[in-house]
Design a protein around this ligand. Structure first.
Ligand code: ZN
Length: 385
């Protein structure tokens, strides 16, 4: 029997001897408080010296103490007070106009609401929100979602020593990344990692996009094992995750999520550690998966489906979701083959795609057959095959 908390994502704390996780978490608490003002902070005031001073304070005042003597200082209290003092200094010393002074005082007022005794867990709240949204999308795409289709999910915040691209945060402030590890057939861990030395507004605002990718593309994936990077997991599924992200998030989170995605998608030298941390692999598959998906969207747009472009993109994202949890004996290599075969230039595939556009509840078998990766017994269908 499945416990009622099945879809509650459980936080698992890693050992934190250097207090780096606590440091990242403290900045997350502040940035969450500032969430509605982060767009203005970055876009209107980002180049101002006083704004830069404030963002620098966010970094240095969250650093764990470099000495071990004396009473342990509360990191979040120290950060909150340092930022508040910095704002006092900015308002007194800089010749601000009324609107700017009000803006910084607003940030200060937000800080006063932080209670170090009960700091909350804004990253955990975001994570649960994303988990629920992704689950609801899959439930809608599949018609029904048996508990066995979804693993128990835990999550962990962990520090990164280096920038994911080995560049300076000044050049690329997106210092967070996600990683999903299958621990057991029924148990998955979503790891959120951020550079301890620099975790700022851009990295914080990119978390929704990173988390939607992890939950949508990797959490329910079948076969339930760790997979190498391929055109299915990191191409088509990344494209579909982006569709869901773009229809569920707005404002600065949407802007920075899209910006991060664009930076990573076409980055010529992009390398990424594998789940095993065994070294680096090139990452050219993402653009291929996106290209195949975009071709289908363009073709579907001319098929008189009555759907607008968003509806068409969501329909293909629904197909991606169904394929992702499809467990009719299809290997990941065969799913990769499916993506590369997903072209309307092939008459059999065109017919299957056209049928799917109009009947998204139907069996996947005709599509798989057209791609040459057919399996009997479509357990992913709403109707018996
Ligand atoms: Zn991924």
């Amino acid at each position: 029997m499945t416990p009622p908390s099945r879809r509650t994502v459980r936080r698992v704390d890693a050992p934190d001897p250097d207090r780096l996780v606590e440091s990242i978490r403290a900045r997350g608490v502040v940035l969450d408080r500032w969430h509605d003002r982060l767009g203005e902070l970055l876009e209107v005031r980002g180049q101002d010296a006083e704004c830069r001073a404030l963002l620098a304070t966010l970094q240095y005042a969250a650093r764990p103490p470099r000495h071990r003597s004396g009473a342990p200082a509360d990191l979040l209290t120290r950060l909150r007070d340092a930022l508040s003092h910095q704002i006092d200094l900015i308002v007194r010393a800089a010749a601000l106009d009324v609107a700017s002074a009000q803006f910084y005082r607003g940030l200060q007022a937000d800080l006063s609401g932080i209670s170090p005794e009960a700091p909350g867990d804004p990253i955990g709240v975001l994570l649960q929100r994303v988990a629920d949204q992704v689950h609801a999308f899959y439930e809608h795409a599949l018609g029904e979602l048996p508990d066995s289709a979804w693993p128990a999910v835990s999550w962990q915040l962990a520090p990164l020593r280096d920038h994911p691209l080995r560049v300076s945060p000044d050049a690329d402030p997106y210092t967070a990344e996600g990683c999903t590890v299958v621990l057991a057939p029924d148990e998955t861990l979503v790891k959120l990692r951020a550079v301890a030395g620099y975790f700022g507004p851009e990295a914080y605002l990119s978390l929704p996009q990173i988390l939607v990718h992890e939950f949508f593309a990797h959490v329910p994936t079948r076969p339930r094992e760790n997979h190498d990077i391929g055109v299915f997991t990191e191409g088509l599924m990344d494209w579909a995750a982006l569709v869901l992200f773009e229809t569920t998030f707005t404002g600065p989170s949407l802007h920075h999520g899209q910006h991060l995605h664009d930076l990573r998608k076409d980055h010529p030298g992009l390398v990424r550690r594998r789940h095993t941390d065994e070294g680096d692999v090139a990452f050219p598959t993402r653009a291929t998966g996106h290209l195949m998906a975009q071709r289908v969207v363009d073709w579907w747009a001319g098929q008189n489906s009555g759907l607008d472009l968003t509806g068409i993109r969501l329909r293909l994202a629904g197909l991606a979701a169904r394929l992702n949890v499809y467990d009719g004996g299809l290997s990941m290599a065969e799913k990769d083959v499916f993506v590369t075969a997903m072209t309307p230039g092939n008459p059999a595939m065109a017919q299957a795609l056209r049928h799917y556009l109009h009947h998204p509840d139907g069996p996947l078998e005709p599509l798989l057959a057209a791609a040459g990766v057919s399996r009997t017994g479509d357990t992913n269908s709403k109707e018996p095959a």
